[in-house]
Design a protein around this ligand. Structure first.
Ligand code: FES
Length: 118
C-alpha cells in the first residue's frame, strides 16, 4: 500500500493514479508521472482522477483534462460546483487560463521497487 513518501511499483499498475504527498502519481502506458494534485478549475483532488484513452489525466469533478507530461490543461470542465453538463463559453474560458497556469510536474524516481517524487 502507498505510504506518505513512496509507492510500491506493484501498487501503480498501468492506467492508475494514486496520491503521494502533494502529488497525483500515475502510470501512463508504463511511464510513471507526477503532477500537483489540485485541479486548476475548482481544486478537486486529481489523485482521484483517471487516465483516458489518450493518456490524459481527467479530473473527477467536472472532467477537465491534463497532459501529464507538461501539466497543461488540454480539455476544459463540463460544469461547475454541483452542476455537470455543457458549459461551452465557460469551458473555453477555463481552458484558456488552464493552458497557462499549468500543474506542477514532478520527477518520479524508482528505487528498490518503490516510486518517489523529487
Ligand atoms: S474541479 Fe476539476 S474540472 Fe472542476
Amino acid at each position: 500500500m502507498p505510504d506518505e513518501e513512496s509507492i510500491a511499483a506493484e501498487d501503480l499498475p498501468d492506467g492508475t493514479v494514486r496520491p503521494l504527498g502533494g502529488w497525483a502519481v500515475g502510470n501512463r502506458a508504463g511511464e510513471p508521472f507526477a503532477v500537483s494534485r489540485r485541479c486548476r478549475h475548482q481544486l478537486a483532488d486529481l489523485a482521484g482522477g483517471r487516465l483516458d484513452q489518450d493518456g490524459c489525466l481527467v479530473c473527477p469533478w467536472h472532467g477537465s483534462k491534463y497532459d501529464v507530461r507538461d501539466g497543461r490543461m488540454v480539455g476544459g470542465p463540463r460544469g461547475f460546483l454541483g452542476y455537470h453538463g455543457p458549459t461551452p463559453g465557460y469551458t473555453q474560458f477555463v481552458l484558456a487560463y488552464g493552458r497557462v497556469l499549468r500543474l506542477r510536474v514532478g520527477r518520479v524516481v524508482r528505487r528498490a521497487g518503490r516510486f518517489t517524487v523529487d
